[in-house]
Ligand binder design. Structure first.
Ligand code: AMP
Length: 221
């Protein structure tokens, strides 16, 4: 099964895809997490990513598509994946469709997490992210463990992401409206693929809605 978790920055894509990958037994592929890892390595490529990410701008398609294609060729992604934060432009969506098609796959569902614009800044300003595994928390709705360490990987660095400032969030939201939203029309050509999901409420409740949309309950059956 290949799924896209779609939605604006702060919709909960990262949080939800980490839960979904456990139940669905397919990996989350987050281009944002992959770019942060590359940036952390200090490589030239990581510095190129950073020059866009730190301003809230989209990284150019050719760089992102190359990164994605390499990831898709790894063994764990051969039976399907949950795409989180990819595609972010229509050319990225078309590139994904083309790579999947080569192995007889296609996007089964685009789960579009809907959250009112007014709650996005609140969600992002309260967001804390584990720099080691990418697990997302929110200071009020889904707080990190009292130890301050990550509940998933026990990493020590659960922090506010450097691009989660109000100004950068505004730039990221503008990029979402201009470049990313048209992806829904692209997948809208295929009947039943795009499913709108209410992204508000408890994390568990949203997970249940997402699993329901792919025909499963919380136990994965
Ligand atoms: P995310 O972790 O998905 O919120 O992504 C953080 C930042 O990484 C974005 O604001 C972009 O600068 C960059 N990024 C992540 N995924 C993509 C993508 N598919 N296309 C372009 N830029 C991306």
């Amino acid at each position: 099964m290949d799924l896209i978790l779609f939605g604006p920055p702060g919709a909960g894509k990262g949080t939800q895809s980490k839960f979904l990958q456990e139940t669905l037994k397919i990996p989350q592929i987050s281009t944002g997490d992959m770019m942060r890892a590359e940036r952390k390595s200090g490589s030239d490529l990581g510095q190129r990513f950073d020059s866009f990410m730190s301003k809230g701008l989209l990284v150019p398609d050719d760089l992102v598509i190359e990164l994605l294609e390499k990831r898709l060729h790894q063994d764990d992604a051969k039976g399907g994946a949950i795409f989180d934060g990819y595609p972010r432009t229509v050319p990225q969506a078309k590139a994904l469709d083309a790579v999947l098609e080569k192995s007889g796959r296609r996007i089964g569902k685009v789960l579009s997490l809907e959250v009112p614009e007014g709650s996005i800044v609140d969600r992002i300003s309260g967001r804390r992210t584990c720099l080691d595994c990418g697990q997302a928390y929110h200071v009020r709705y889904n707080p990190p463990p009292p130890s301050g360490r990550c509940g998933s990987c026990n990493g020590e660095r659960v922090v506010q992401r450097s691009d989660d400032t109000e100004e950068t969030v505004r730039t990221r939201h503008a990029a979402y409206l201009k470049d990313t939203l048209p992806i829904l029309a692209h997948y809208g050509q295929f009947p039943g693929v795009v499913v709108a999901i209410d992204g508000m409420g408890e994390v568990d409740a949203v997970t249940k809605r997402l699993l329901g949309a792919v025909g499963l309950d919380a136990a994965g059956s």
